[in-house]
Design a protein around this ligand. Structure first.
Ligand code: SAM
Ligand code: DTB
Ligand code: SF4
Length: 364
């Protein structure tokens, strides 16, 4: 029985967030274990396929053309370059590649066709493919789905109230519309946000109200901490305390029990102990590789060491949330499994994992 709630109020979420830490951790870890294998973490590699020169004014973003930041701008990457990077990511233990483009929205035409080809190419490598390309129409979402896209990342970033203080060139409502368009295809939704942009605790709770009220809830929720980049309006904001991140992760886990909570931007500022607390509190995915889109991320070897130290395994591709046409097969294999934890589900997904045999160095 699925008893996921979609009616969390801001007050309820604030009460969870502000619980005594040990109680919050215990509660979040309990929910986590009920729905996930606590020792498995999904690993994605980000690839910036089109960098900088973006028309938007997102106050946190080094890729907005209007800010003077020290990033290397690049036009759309070639399909062969993307393939080579995806193979590297697979070799180093990633099960998913997430391609990001500094676009306001997707425009039909040769560049979109090239992105579709990138999706097909990575899909053939038996890796999950994710894109984050800005706003999307329903038709574009369906074309990406046909090409084999597994997930689309489109963050709400913050609460509806605070959104206007962060971005003026589009509205919170536009973000919801794109997520809705993605939902009309069989692509899974990855949507989260950023803490540490000067928002109030009410805004963090407000963002979680918006995300948890989506039905279905996003399959993946990235929690980023602001990477304050010189030249952006947020360059002088001090980093958030690790306790805020741990509380945010734990609260996200409690209100969205099934989702993969992703420790995203900001890991370079976190100690291993801090990250371990986040994993305990329910984080079960990360971005790996020494670069996010334009800013630094911990080195893959450092993450491998951390996984070994904590006894964490990296998730195989397609282990969760299989796409609709294959879900049916695994659901029929599930008959009579009763209360077994979801992560032991047999069926199509496991067979596909076997076939995929992603060589994960991190698993060792
Ligand atoms: N242009 C597309 C869009 O805005 O949806 C996709 C790329 S955009 C860089 C993806 C996400 O990266 C943003 O929604 C934001 O949450 C995150 N992000 C960007 N800059 C960041 C920063 N300096 N610190 C933390 N997260 C950041
Ligand atoms: C997400 O929530 N975080 C990632 C991914 N989705 C695309 C991006 C983080 C970007 C951090 C700033 C940069 O490297 O440019
Ligand atoms: Fe452009 Fe996306 Fe950066 Fe906003 S977050 S400026 S839309 S690349």
């Amino acid at each position: 029985m699925n008893n996921t709630r979609h009616d969390w109020t801001k007050e309820e979420i604030l009460n969870i967030y502000n619980k005594p830490l040990m109680e919050l951790l215990y509660e979040a870890a309990t929910v986590h274990r009920k729905h996930h294998d606590p020792n498995t973490v999904q690993v994605s590699t980000l690839l910036s396929i089109k960098t900088g020169g973006c028309s938007e004014d997102c106050g946190y973003c080094p890729q907005a053309a209007r800010y003077h930041t020290d990033i290397e701008k690049n036009d759309l990457m070639s399909v062969s370059h993307v393939k080579a990077q995806a193979l590297r990511a697979k070799e180093s233990g990633s099960s998913r590649v997430c391609m990001g483009a500094a676009w306001r929205n997707v425009k039909d035409g040769p560049e979109f066709d090239q992105v579709l080809e990138m999706v097909r190419t990575i899909n053939k490598l038996d890796m999950e493919v994710c894109c984050t390309l800005g706003m999307l129409t329903e038709n574009q979402a369906k074309r990406l789905a046909e090409a084999g896209l597994y997930a689309y990342n489109h963050n709400l970033d913050t609460s509806e109230d605070y959104y206007k203080d962060v971005i003026s060139t589009r509205a919170f409502e536009d973000r919801l519309e794109t997520i809705d368009n993605v939902r009309k295809s069989n692509v899974t939704v990855c949507s989260g946000g950023i803490i540490g942009m000067g928002e109030k605790l009410e805004d963090r709770a407000g963002m979680l109200v918006a995300l948890s009220s989506l039905n279905p809830q996003p399959e993946s929720v990235p929690i980023n901490t602001l990477v304050a980049v010189e030249g952006t309006p947020m360059e002088d904001i001090e980093p958030v305390a690790i306790w805020d991140m741990v509380r945010m992760v734990a609260t996200t886990r409690i209100v969205m029990p099934e989702t993969q909570v992703r420790l995203s931007a900001g890991r370079t500022q976190m100690s291993r102990e801090g990250q371990a607390l986040c994993f305990f509190a329910g984080a079960n995915s990360i971005f790996a590789g020494d670069k996010l889109l334009t800013t630094p991320n911990p080195d893959v070897n450092e993450d491998m060491e951390m996984f070994a130290l904590l006894g964490l395994n990296s998730q195989k591709p397609f282990e969760k949330h299989d796409q609709p046409e294959t879900v049916e097969a695994s659901d029929s294999a599930l008959q009579g499994l009763g209360e077994k934890p979801k992560w032991t589900r047999p069926g199509h997904t496991i067979e596909r994992n076997e076939a995929a045999k992603a060589k994960s160095k991190i698993v060792q």
